[in-house]
Design a protein around this ligand. Structure first.
Ligand code: UTP
Length: 413
């Protein structure tokens, strides 16, 4: 331990992070060993680089942004729809599709005490979100005769509670062997001076590295391998917080196979020019998503010859990836974006610092940053009222109340 301590001290000195050992003496032996391991394995160069880039947004002016074409599901003829459906159905029945749910987020806006998937949006049945999602897989089993594999990405913070919830609820009646959990990666949080934070437990304060971390964690946790060994060729990847998500959709799968693309995404028409959503676009000729914070007023309001918003295809985090594409994407790290968040941490004197305003940075990768490694993706425009009922905020827009209403309206139809 002595040797490790000296090695850790040396590294910290090199990077100006000596405060990380300030609480060392107060820790028990197990935590002492853990902290030293954390320090010895942390990539401080990466943290320095990420900190230096905070505030330096990508220069959009240098990136040529263009609108993108989509296939509108409601404008498809009966024949077209049946064509895509039959292609997708064949692949589903052959066991080539898996569902992946990203449930590693902190859900800070919702403020629920526990993983977001355990939240009850207030349906008469009081089904928690995980059960609502599981229903779509059970329905698919009834319709197509296959139990689709369900992979659930958790974080270190919520993994145990998530697994326990599934155990306690008997996997909502879904076969346990068809459900696999895997944890996403983490990165340290830093303060406004670039100092890595110590959490309340005296260890390095880590936070989930964003939904874009999924590709790397699928590789590290053997999920890509597992899919390949089961003959799975496609994975629908969606967030946990859309209670109208359709995880087993033959149409988008058939569209991707027919158009010979490795990735497809669903969009809904943007509710208005200034709705706070990212929209699909082409950037320097490659598929991309431009965030609402990065789009100019002119671009947001621009309309095409049909009077539709030029940049009006909202990205709803409902995407289909071929396992081949996941494997390729997982070979590279996606760029990290910084987010200024509220964090509780220990200062160098061991005082617990809390704040009601953001006070520290976390670094996150975004799933859609993977699109630009592809020449093309297929985009299927679906109806908001059929496929998109997000649960983001405790009240107001995209809240349990709005999601519950959308869910009920859709299922009463
Ligand atoms: P959001 O970006 O809405 O974040 O995640 P969030 O953590 O759920 O909520 P806030 O921002 O703290 O209020 C969109 C989807 O991506 C998943 C979330 O679980 C959600 O399904 N996600 C997000 C991850 O799996 N890991 C992450 O690190 C971030």
């Amino acid at each position: 331990m002595e040797e490790k301590y000296l090695a850790a001290e040396k590294i910290l000195k090199k990077y100006g992070q000596e405060h990380l050992l300030s609480q060392y003496d107060k820790l028990n032996d197990e935590k002492k060993a853990k902290l030293l391991d954390e320090i010895l394995t942390l990539d401080f160069n990466q943290i320095n680089e990420l900190f230096k880039r905070i505030g330096k947004t990508e220069d959009e002016k240098n990136g040529k942004i263009e609108p993108v074409r989509c296939t509108d599901k409601s404008a498809m003829s009966k024949e077209e729809l049946e064509h895509y459906e039959s292609i997708g159905l064949k692949a589903i029945k052959e066991g080539k599709l898996a569902a992946v749910t990203m449930a590693g987020g902190q859900g800070t806006r919702l403020g629920h005490n526990g993983p977001k998937g355990t939240f009850d949006i207030g349906l008469d049945s009081h089904k928690p979100i995980f059960e609502i999602l599981c229903d779509t897989l059970k329905d698919a089993q009834k319709k197509y005769g296959v139990y689709v594999m369900w992979y659930i990405m958790t974080s270190n913070e919520n993994n145990d509670a998530t697994v326990k919830f599934f155990e306690d609820n008997n996997y909502f009646g879904y076969p346990k062997e068809k459900v696999m959990f895997f944890r996403q990666g983490e990165l340290p949080m830093v303060d406004t001076n670039g100092k890595v934070l110590l959490g309340e437990d005296g260890l390095i304060k880590l936070a989930a590295d964003g939904h874009g971390g999924i590709f790397l964690s699928m590789k590290k946790n053997g999920i890509i391998y597992d899919m390949k060994s089961k003959g799975i060729e496609w994975a629908f990847i969606g967030g946990v917080d859309n209670v109208l998500v359709n995880m087993v959709d033959p149409v988008i799968l058939g569209l991707a196979i027919d158009k010979k693309v490795l990735v497809a995404g669903k969009s809904v028409i943007k509710a208005g020019p200034h709705e706070k959503v990212g929209v699909f676009c082409k950037k320097n000729g490659k598929p991309s998503v431009v965030e609402y914070s990065e789009i100019s007023k002119e671009m947001a309001e621009a309309t095409n010859e049909n009077g539709e918003l030029k940049y009006g295809e909202s990205h709803i985090l409902c995407n289909l990836f071929s396992v081949k594409a996941i494997e390729e994407i997982s070979k590279n790290t996606l760029p990290y974006h910084s987010a200024f968040k509220k964090a509780k941490f220990l200062d160098k004197d061991g005082n617990l610092i809390t704040s009601d305003k953001p006070n520290a940075y976390k670094f996150e990768a975004f799933l859609f940053d993977a699109f630009d490694s592809l020449d093309d993706i297929a985009i299927l425009r679906v109806k908001r009222e059929e496929e998109f009922a997000p649960v983001k905020n405790a009240e107001g827009v995209d809240s349990p109340e709005t999601a519950r209403k959308l869910y009920k309206e859709f299922h009463n139809k």
